[in-house]
Design a protein around this ligand. Structure first.
Ligand code: F3S
Length: 642
């Protein structure tokens, strides 16, 4: 059978299982990445596995999320990660070097390899033909320790791009347009593979913008072929040796196919508070804005920022607008300093931030109350920017830059000729922010400051689960809702007891008290429970508070895995309508769990308060069941060869 690009890479790396859609397989992991926000937990988990060396070809620990050092906490975390990286043979990227995905694309991503990362936007490297999957931190820790990763052989969705982009329309507009068509659930269960003549229209960083926001489609990952454009990018990054040509077979068989005509796309924006709530910028012209933030792993490449600099050159940022710019990497910042573009940005009145995630994760630059903030980022969930009542619109760098001058949301295609960006023959590729591991790593110790607290490890599953329904949520609850992440909380990513005080904080002030007083219990959710960021804290903190099972109408992929990895049972309602039969504080019980899981029997949830029973389904593999019975992935991995 003619093969998709995805299945060619999976086949090359296959370790166990049969490569057939829906089957559980394990694959060799070539590379891993972590960022500091999830990384502290990853390295605590790696340490708990008592290994000597990692088994990947290359692993990188980036510091890009919690770079503010207003107290000792973040600095302690950085030192811990740096020492763990040195001990296990991992490359360490110092704070200020840039955003993990942009840096990985520039310095390490390889066509045809498999990368897993403890960040949901790891698919960014799909732009250069790498199978790059975002997953839970424990998956990454095990990936490093064992060199393997388990997944369900995915369905493949082919998006064929045809036609030519209009002036002032760019990659961000394409992916927003696709999100409008497919919604945040449209990619669930799929790897998205791009093909068609339109692919040739896109630079490598354009492609990476599109694969980056494949995460917002709910896709396992997204991938572009590796072609002359990939070769050109790698050559300019002085990495031509990493290039291989890679594409799907002609007439490859896909599970689903759609066609997007690039000619039809206009400048787009995602309206608050969901990335798929998309409209044409022209339909919202004249909305007055307060803040513009340019950067993030979605739109912080050299080309993106040079376009912004050209638009702003000789112009002035509107008096009522705060324009903040975070470059994707220190190398980009250096090149823009050398070629004068940085001077143009500063002269226009832009505020230049560190090469880091910064405002994307609410690490500084929270807008004022009730503000309208235009951002080139990938998420606009309520409160993520740090201001609960602010409205965040996602836009392209072109729309952001033009709007920062006019002071209102402006369709850039009304602005005459689009500036052209020349790409330098060779990129600046300083290695000064990287620390490479030593060959002799004997006797190196991991440094744990007072902010590093032990993380919860579950016990083996008991046959009966009982307890109160602690919380019933609505649809599309994000991991931000479950475990909020803001500048105040980020320093406690390695301190689960402290974080637990804020669990479900966007929904309920006192979940932690409720959970503690009731000795833990159950949570019920609606559709797409746990969408958004990959943060495993959204499972580890509920575990710490005694949550035993989450019952939902449906789950987001990474969060469901994180629940299983923590030993928390994720069930779905057999009949979604049964959701309405539950209220907070109902007394719930599930009996005979081992037997039911082992033999695929119906799982019966007893609501003792209302005297009714409800049928539940466990959707997982035999290995997932083994993991749950042992009390989580860490316990399982310690007892397993791969
Ligand atoms: Fe960082 Fe935001 Fe991307 S937090 S990794 S820039 S989604």
């Amino acid at each position: 059978m003619k093969k998709t690009l995805t299945y060619k890479i999976l086949e090359k790396n296959l370790l166990t299982g049969t490569l057939k859609t829906g089957n559980e397989i394990s694959v060799k992991v070539n590379q891993t990445l972590t960022q500091d926000s999830t990384g502290t937990m990853v390295y605590l988990q790696l340490e708990a596995m008592c290994i000597k060396d990692i088994k990947t070809d290359l692993s990188v620990a980036y510091i890009d999320h919690n770079t503010l050092q207003a107290g000792f906490e973040n600095a302690d975390d950085h030192e811990f990660i740096k020492s763990a990286a040195a001990k296990y043979g991992i490359i360490y990227s110092k704070p200020g070097n840039g955003i993990c995905h942009q840096l990985h694309l520039e310095r390490f991503g390889k066509p045809g390899d498999i990368l897993i990362g403890s960040d949901s936007h790891t698919p960014t490297c799909g732009g250069l033909g790498m199978l790059s999957i975002g997953c839970g931190g424990l998956d990454v820790a095990v990936g490093m320790a064992k060199g393997s990763y388990y997944l369900k052989a995915p369905k493949v969705l082919n998006i064929e791009l045809i036609g030519k982009l209009n002036p002032w329309v760019s990659a961000k507009d394409i992916i927003l347009y696709i999100l409008k068509e497919l919604t945040v659930k449209g990619g669930v269960g799929y790897i998205v593979e791009y093909s068609g003549n339109g692919v040739k229209e896109l630079s490598l960083t354009d492609r990476a913008t599109i694969t980056n926001m494949g995460a917002e489609l709910g896709a396992t990952t997204s991938i572009f072929p590796s072609d002359e454009i990939t070769k050109d990018f790698l050559t300019r990054q002085c990495r031509e040796k990493d290039f291989i040509t890679l594409s799907a077979d002609v007439d490859a068989v896909y599970d689903k196919k759609i066609k997007i005509n690039l000619d039809e796309i206009q400048p787009m924006t995602a309206i608050p508070h969901s990335p798929d709530n998309v409209a044409q910028v022209a339909s919202l012209n004249n909305a007055k804005i307060d803040q513009v933030a340019i950067g993030s792993c979605t739109n912080s490449s050299y080309t993106d920022l040079m376009k912004v600099a050209k638009i702003l050159k000789g112009k002035k940022v509107h008096k009522d607008v705060s324009l903040v710019i975070s470059p994707g990497s220190s190398n980009i910042l250096k090149m823009m300093a050398d070629n004068g573009a940085l001077g143009d940005l500063i002269a226009s009145g832009a505020r230049i931030l560190e090469a880091a995630c910064g405002p994307c994760i609410g690490m500084g630059q929270a807008p004022k109350s009730n503000a309208i903030s235009l951002r080139t980022f990938n998420r606009n969930f309520k409160g993520r920017c740090g201001t609960k009542n602010a409205d965040v619109y996602l836009v392209s760098p072109e729309t952001a830059a033009v709007s920062s001058i006019t002071g209102y949301l402006t369709d850039p295609s009304t602005c005459g000729d689009m500036p052209k960006v020349e790409i330098p023959e060779k990129f600046h590729v300083s290695e000064n922010y990287f620390i490479y591991p030593l060959k002799d790593r004997n006797n190196l110790k991991v440094v744990m400051g007072p902010n590093i607290k032990p993380f919860p490890i579950n016990k083996a599953l008991t046959p009966t689960l009982d307890g109160k329904l602690l919380l019933k949520t609505g649809d599309n609850i994000t991991t931000d809702d479950i475990m909020p992440s803001n500048a105040k909380l980020l320093p406690f990513r390695s301190n689960i007891p402290e974080l637990s005080k804020y669990c479900f904080g966007t929904l309920l002030d006192d979940f932690h008290i409720r959970a503690t007083e009731n000795n833990g219990g159950f949570v019920i959710g609606g559709e797409n429970y746990g969408q958004g960021s990959s943060r495993e804290h959204a499972a580890l903190v509920p575990l710490y508070l005694g949550v035993k099972a989450v019952i939902a109408k449906s789950f987001a992929r990474i969060h469901k895995t994180n629940l299983i990895n923590s030993g928390i049972l994720p069930f779905v309602f057999k009949h979604k309508d049964d959701y309405k039969n539950f209220d907070a504080f109902d007394a719930l019980e599930i009996n005979d769990l081992h037997n039911a899981l082992d033999h695929g029997l119906e799982i019966i949830l007893i609501n003792k308060t209302k005297d009714i029973t409800t049928q539940l389904i466990f959707e997982g593999s035999l290995r997932d069941i083994e993991i749950l019975k042992l009390g989580g992935y860490l316990n399982w991995a310690k007892n397993s060869d791969i």
